[in-house]
Write a protein that binds this ligand. Structure first.
Ligand code: S3P
Length: 417
């Protein structure tokens, strides 16, 4: 699998504010992570591309009071985390001038007050454009630590607040409605920051300097997920994926697959730095319907479209609740999934916060899925096509490159005709 996208973003961002050099191995090169390399370069950090998946990131050099405009492309993680990192005038970034963060059409339609509001509570000078990007940030001389209860379970919002907390005058605590991915916390710990993690909250101490010598990026579980879904659905399949990230706050999809009756084994569990890693094997199986509720959603938020696809082929009724966040991803994924799968013959109904699906334990007919510019919907369409009788035309298939440029080649290489 390509290197984990969430961890790759964080490695480059934290590398750019860490003393000396940060070697990033297993970097997941994709549209989104290229945006992150471009962003830190724009802000004055050198990034050496030693190999396709290996980078050396240098600290942002001289202090600068110039205005910077940074294009975050399609990457919500980049825009939100970078905003947190930049709101304080700190020895980490050395930047004092105005910073404008822009994004593409999709990113510019996503909510940004969710980060601006807590950051302002910390003393940040950050303005949104009608609650959206572009964001205008004037690094503030002093940032205060806060205790912040997240209104939505979002690792991006949590991370933005924690990263701002690095330049604060006192500790920062974020309380989560339910646990979300903790890659930021784990990497900050590796960089020498004092982090106290509890089941539903985290506290960090301010830090005058970071040191992150090396990051070993595991394979991206979210990129593995479409292949796992394909193997579960296509009769005769037996697929093993090696060296994939298994952070328990990312692998809710494995639990859901197991509840649906999939035949999965995880072996060779180990650690890459502080991140759990292992190998996953899956075989085809008859699936049954499943229920997914709000508390579980953050653990498989990017895999929920695949749950809808699996449920369309499973015996009985399935329901996904508490997933309203999907409406503000790269597309409105609740509607994109319901419309796309229905066009392939699935019996799926969109709810405000998820879907109701009546599974048919047979192959879907196939049809046409519009990716709506969203990489995860393009991959969903491809897997729906593989499992279908007549195939699926994926409109805008090239958008897979946002997270997984080699997706179609890899899928082809493991498919027997
Ligand atoms: C991410 C967090 C999630 C996820 C996104 C990556 C991250 O977003 O959907 O693909 O790297 O922190 P939210 O925090 O908005 O749920």
């Amino acid at each position: 699998m390509p290197g984990d996208k969430s961890i790759s973003h964080r490695a480059v961002l934290l590398g750019a504010v860490s003393e000396g050099e940060t070697v990033v191995r297993g970097f997941g090169r994709a549209g989104d992570t290229e945006s992150t390399i471009g962003a830190v370069r724009m802000l004055g950090a050198a990034v050496d591309e030693v190999a396709h998946d290996e980078l050396v990131v240098h600290k942002i050099g001289l202090s600068s009071s110039e205005k910077h405009v940074v294009d975050c492309g399609n990457a919500g993680t980049l825009m939100r985390l970078l905003a947190g990192l930049l709101v304080g005038q700190t020895s980490l970034t050395n930047l004092t001038g105005l910073i404008e963060l822009t994004g593409d059409e999709s990113l510019s339609s996503r909510p940004m007050e969710r980060i601006a509001e807590p950051l302002r509570r910390m003393g940040a000078d950050i303005a949104t454009t009608d609650s959206h990007a572009p964001l205008l940030i004037r690094p503030a001389e002093s940032i205060r630590g806060i205790d912040y209860e997240l209104p939505v379970a979002s690792a991006q919002v949590k991370s933005a607040v924690l990263l701002a907390g690095l330049s604060a005058s006192s500790p920062t605590t974020v309380v989560e409605p339910s646990p979300t991915r903790d890659h930021t916390e784990l990497m900050l710990e590796s960089a020498g920051v004092r982090v106290r993690q509890r089941p539903t909250s985290v506290t960090i101490e301010p830090a005058a300097s970071l040191r992150l010598d090396q990051v070993d990026v595991p394979g991206d579980f979210s990129s593995a997920a479409p292949l796992l879904a394909a193997a579960a659905l296509v009769p005769g399949s037996d697929l093993t994926i090696y060296d994939v990230g298994l952070n328990p706050r990312r692998t809710g999809f494995l639990d859901v697959l197991e509840r649906m009756g999939a035949r999965i084994a995880v072996f060779n569990r180990r650690k890459a730095g502080r991140e759990p890693v292992g190998d996953v094997q899956i075989e085809h199986a008859e699936l049954v319907g499943v229920e997914v509720g709000a508390e579980e959603v953050p653990l498989l938020v990017d895999e929920l479209p695949l749950v809808a696809l699996l449920a369309s082929h499973a015996r009985g009724r399935s329901i996904v609740r508490g997933a309203k966040e999907l409406r503000v991803k790269e597309s409105d994924r609740i509607d994109a999934v319901a419309d796309g799968l229905r066009a392939c013959g699935a019996r799926i109904r969109a709810r405000e916060d998820g879907w109701e699906i009546t599974g048919v334990p047979a192959r879907l007919r196939g049809g046409r899925v519009d990716a709506r510019g969203d990489h995860r919907i393009a991959m969903l369409g491809a897997i729906a096509g593989l499992a279908s009788r007549e195939g699926v035309d994926v409109l805008g298939a090239e958008t897979v490159a946002i997270s997984f440029p080699g997706f179609f080649e890899l899928l082809d290489s493991v498919t027997r005709r």
